[in-house]
Design a protein around this ligand. Sequence first.
Ligand SMILES: [Zn+2]
Ligand SMILES: [Zn+2]
Length: 134
Amino acid sequence: MICPRCNIPLETVIIEETNVHKCSDCGGHWLERYELNKIAHPIDGDIEFSSLHPEHPEKLNDLECPKCNVVMKKINFNVLAHIHIDHCDDCGGFWLDKGELTQINREIDKLNDVHDSPVVIVTRFIARLGSFFN
Ligand SMILES: [Zn+2]
Ligand SMILES: [Zn+2]
């Protein structure tokens, strides 16, 4: 597989006992469907599903899915976090630029820490909803 930013082959690295693809040049990660759930910090529910809505308004960008060669969409990681990641509608994979995995884990830690905010309750509900679709 080729890095959508640098056009060089991606390396295989192991994160949380999961084989994922990483670019040694830009530090981005390619995650196939369900891999983000496996390597991100644990949370109650499906973090991938909860990230698919709502779509980030800047609909298209120029990154192509390394697997399907279609243009990926910018989506909002989780409903609340302002982290915009690339997602392929065709295969369900995610492209994370360098540092985005750390940002995602920080957001998950925040959600796990706060219990009483109504916004967090909604997010947790959406995350849990995802579990029913798998
Ligand atoms: Zn790269
Ligand atoms: Zn794809």
